[in-house]
Design a protein around this ligand. Structure first.
Ligand code: HEC
Ligand code: HEC
Length: 439
């Protein structure tokens, strides 16, 4: 039962880091009001420097066939829609107390996420899940860590009305919050030819997010035929990714899957610290029988213990218990802490988790097993992952590498060499743990 105290320790660490974060924020009233995010005007300045497309033509680096397949027929990307979506993305007025926008948790200065274990929304309420980045989200085939929204349009509407995120009582209230603004009235007219509506808020934000294409990384030069674009260590890491590490079986990374996700759902043993999956699943079915609409599932996922059931909340299939969507690996340097619960601080932690075959549980994916990677091989896989950051964020990526490396030198809470190197037979250990629990 050695994993459980380790997990508890990491959680404690994560919690104390959060407390430090809050204290630092309290020094400046503005930072506290914005839940730790950079003020939106400063974010917009940084955003301009990134020089994303304005929607007048399909983005570079995306296969035209893929582009056609991801843009819905009723929401072609146009400059008017992108401009409107951008204004909405950064607009704090979409939350009743004026402190939360999309850009609060998907902050330009923090890799378009919030770099916290779990997100903080209106009235400082903490959710249960780690915010994925909006960078390249256009290329994910479903939205959210459990895929409960089919596309960016439907996704964008949910945080606005979630009581712990942006906190609008309903879609009409969100429309009212902005409809008095003459600029918005004009912009909705030119983007969609009608007055503001909740659905068009979702559509415009989605159009804007389809310009957040960040696929220009050293790795891309390497695969385009420039071997020196990445270090020898990173090259060895790429070979391990496709070979001994078995990463590619889920993190497909190729021209059809440029972000490194198979878009499927797997239990890789992160949620397994909540071992009582059966009880949780029973409770979930009772709750879902009352209401399994999108708003209801959104609330269960973000503010209850049932969150750890992952994809099961959407599919109700037992095989999906504790399964989450394979996340993208693009810009991974910027988007820590990692996993659906933000429980891992560094990519070395992630590697330690995989190396020992994850956390044992009855629903663990068959693709997860001890990897027997050496320390050098772990370093090489980490070096490879750092080549996936878009060059516009190179300085941030280098800083993240230095700080993660420093931390990993002293703190490796997920490392279990005996399991990783198969000195303990993992399946026997599992059987013994299960037996010990029943006694
Ligand atoms: C309070 C913090 C918070 C706010 C505000 C917020 N988000 Fe998120 N976002 C999250 C979290 C947490 C998740 C993951 C939740 C889950 O999967 O259950 C998420 C998921 C997403 C995803 C899915 C990405 C993927 O790879 O599946 C997108 C896209 C996104 N948010 C865009 C937005 C937009 C657009 C807005 C504004 C309308 C917004 N978010 C507001 C925290 C936030
Ligand atoms: C069986 C499928 C599978 C395999 C094999 C796999 N992954 Fe994952 N990976 C996932 C899933 C699913 C998650 C999200 C799990 C969660 O949050 O509970 C994940 C999460 C991650 C994350 C964290 C991403 C984030 O934004 O939080 C990284 C980094 C990662 N994997 C890298 C790797 C590497 C490197 C390998 C090979 C050593 C690998 N994965 C092998 C499915 C897999």
């Amino acid at each position: 039962m050695r994993h459980i105290p380790e997990r508890a320790l990491t959680r404690g660490l994560a919690a104390s880091l959060l407390v430090i974060g809050l204290h630092a924020g309290a020094a400046s009233a503005a930072a506290t009001d914005l839940h730790g995010a950079m003020p939106v005007a400063a974010q917009e300045q940084r955003f301009d420097a990134l020089k994303t497309g304005d929607g007048s033509k399909p983005p570079m680096r995306i296969d035209p066939a893929i582009w056609v397949s991801i843009v819905p027929a009723d929401n072609a990307v146009t400059p008017e829609r992108v401009a409107l979506g951008r204004k909405l993305y950064f607009d704090l007025r979409l939350s009743p107390d004026g402190t939360v926008a999309c850009a609060t948790c998907h902050d330009v200065s923090r890799g378009f996420t919030d770099q916290r274990p779990v997100s903080e929304g209106i009235r400082d309420q903490l959710g249960r899940r780690n915010a994925p980045t909006t960078l390249n989200a256009l290329l994910m085939q479903t939205m959210f860590l459990d895929g409960r929204a089919p596309n960016l349009e439907e996704q964008a509407k949910l945080p606005i009305v979630n009581p712990i995120e942006m906190g609008q009582p309903d879609g009409d209230a969100a429309v009212k919050a902005i409809a008095g603004d003459a600029d918005y009235q004009k912009m909705f007219q030119s983007a969609y030819g009608r007055a503001p509506s909740y659905d068009d808020i979702g559509r415009a934000i989605a159009a804007f997010e389809r310009t957040l294409v960040f696929l220009d990384a050293p790795f891309d030069d390497f695969v385009a035929g420039k071997p020196k674009a990445i270090s020898p260590a990173a090259q060895a890491g790429w070979a391990l990714f496709n070979g001994k590490g078995r990463c590619v079986t889920c993190h497909a990374l190729n021209p059809s899957n440029p972000v490194g996700s198979d878009n499927r759902f797997h239990n890789i043993g992160v949620a397994a610290r909540h071992k009582d999956f059966e009880k949780l699943a029973g409770e979930a079915l009772v709750a879902l029988a009352k209401d399994d609409g999108p708003d209801a599932v959104d609330k269960l996922a973000l503010s209850t213990d049932l969150s750890e059931l992952g994809r099961f909340l959407v599919s109700k299939q037992r095989s999906d218990i504790g399964a989450f969507k394979t996340p993208q690996l693009r810009n991974i340097a910027l988007t820590g802490p990692y996993m659906h619960d933000g429980s891992m601080q560094t990519l070395w932690d992630v590697m330690d988790h995989y190396n020992k075959g994850g956390e044992a549980n009855a629903y663990l994916d068959g693709g997860i097993e001890p990897l027997a990677l050496s320390e050098t091989e772990i370093d090489q896989l980490v070096a490879f992952m750092f080549t996936l950051t878009d060059r516009r964020f190179q300085a941030q990526s280098d800083a993240a590498f230095a700080s993660q490396q420093k931390r990993a030198k002293t703190t490796r809470p997920f490392r279990d060499n005996a399991l990783a190197q198969r000195q303990i037979l993992p399946f026997e250990k599992r059987v013994m743990e299960e037996g010990a629990k029943e006694n």
